[in-house]
Design a protein around this ligand. Structure first.
Ligand code: SF4
Length: 435
């Protein structure tokens, strides 16, 4: 996010969002719209059951919003800051480029992002070129799009976690294709992302070495979560709070270790991320929203069938309404009693979670957190902050040499959730032992 955007656009909204949260004023547009464009996905990931649910019932995707319906919603919503595409697998929608064209026309976002399971390199390449052509026509050159293939292991380990034989080889081809396009159009950013779960905890160094050896500019992790969106409530995939804290310390050390090489803009983003990590750990320890969550206000999530959620963790459990029931008038939907009730549930602190997409915005909207961001940026980064991790030599791993050996099971601690949006409890569960 640019400083100018924060000072003149995001910052001033925080007061209004706080008033909306208390029910004093009518909602204004969110900063972020996440849109799960399709129910379809080819993967059977161990950390997300969207693909398994779809493969058991492919008719689900017939309920995807059509382009005409999407245009009506986007026209009614108007301008936002961040258009965050989600799925299913977004590139399983043949008209994905047209959806982005409609977003450029009506939402005029300043950032666009899409993840991908990287299973269809050819189509991903073709669609990315089409998307970039629309963006060049309709948006200023300063608006970037990031496409983030998932990498949850190296070689067979990736295929195992993603539940798709041959996915790693396809991932390599997708990365090559995207980097080729990036060389032609710098508007495209190629990120890689790992979901850290109990399954790949011991493989993180190997994944990171591989990513850096491929010359990828940005690599992000997120912790495996149990979400309504993922149909994985109760699955013991989330590492314990203690491991979560250790992981965030490690991420912060890496940021501190490399910060001197970064431009001012990247330093600012990294300062927000450092504060987010502290907030996430605080939430898990205190088991409550440590400052107000603006789910349903600063961020909204539209599911493939047009149901509007406050966030992907609560999903339809606290639905704000369904655009098809409101003649696609999303502004009226957001002012409805149902939407107010869902926002009241969140404002009353009945849920708590460290969802990155939401809490990164919550940090930006909370003065206490922003003071910490300033302190981190102006003092801790200059001082060197936490000790930097030693740079490890880069090493390319031959994917064919990596075999997944599931040597039975073992009892390990994991976070398990009984009810969506509540803080999970720690429990010993049987997990595959991967060597
Ligand atoms: S579940 Fe998490 S992200 Fe969603 S509204 Fe509650 S605290 Fe915010």
């Amino acid at each position: 996010m640019k400083l100018r955007d924060y000072l003149f656009d995001v910052g001033p909204r925080s007061l209004y969002y706080a008033a909306t949260r208390r029910g004093w004023v009518q909602p204004i547009n969110p900063l972020t719209l996440t849109f799960s464009v399709t129910a379809a996905c080819q993967s059977r990931c161990k950390t997300c059951n969207i693909g398994s649910v779809y493969l058991a019932n492919p008719k689900l995707a017939q309920n995807n919003l059509s382009l005409e319906e999407i245009e009506k919603v986007f026209r009614s919503l108007g301008e936002i800051y961040f258009f965050n595409i989600s799925g299913g697998e977004p590139f399983m929608r043949p008209d994905l480029a047209e959806i982005v064209r409609l977003a450029c026309t009506h939402l005029k976002p300043k950032l666009i992002h899409s993840p991908t399971n990287a299973i269809s390199p050819k189509f991903i390449g073709k669609t990315t070129r089409k998307i970039l052509a629309y963006m060049d026509d309709l948006l200023p050159p300063s608006v970037p799009i990031s496409i983030k293939p998932s990498i949850d292991g190296v070689g067979k380990m990736h295929d195992y976690v993603r539940g798709y034989e041959g996915n790693f080889k396809l991932l390599e081809r997708t990365i090559d294709t995207l980097l080729e396009i990036r060389a032609e159009n710098p508007r495209l950013h190629v990120d890689l992302g790992t979901v850290i779960s109990n399954l790949n905890l011991r493989h993180l160094d190997e994944i990171e070495d591989w990513v850096h050896a491929r010359g990828i500019e940005s690599y992000r992790h997120e912790i495996a979560e149990q979400r309504a969106e993922f149909h994985n409530l109760g699955d013991p995939i989330t590492p314990t709070a203690e491991i979560y804290e250790q992981l965030t310390e490690r991420f912060k050390n890496k940021i501190f270790g490399n910060i001197h090489k970064k431009a001012f803009l990247t330093r600012t983003t990294e300062a927000v991320r450092v504060v987010y990590y502290d907030v996430a750990v605080e939430i898990l320890k205190k088991k409550k929203q440590v400052t107000p969550c603006y789910g349903g206000i600063s961020n909204i999530h539209m599911n493939y069938d047009g149901e509007i959620w406050p966030c992907c963790v609560l999903g339809g459990d606290q639905s704000l309404g369904h655009v098809r029931d409101w003649d696609y008038d999303i502004q009226a939907l957001l002012r409805s009693k149902q939407a107010k009730d869902a926002k009241r549930y969140i404002a009353d602190g009945k849920c708590a979670c460290p969802l990155a997409n939401q809490w990164l915005n919550n940090v930006l909207l909370t003065p206490r957190h922003m003071l910490k961001v300033l302190y981190t940026l102006l003092y801790r980064f200059r001082k060197g902050g936490a000790p930097a991790e030693e740079e490890r030599p880069l090493r390319v791993v031959d994917p064919d040499a990596v075999e997944v050996n599931i040597a039975g099971t073992e009892r390990r601690k994991a976070l398990v959730m009984d009810k969506l949006g509540t803080i999970p409890r720690e429990e010993e569960v049987e997990l595959p032992r991967i060597e």
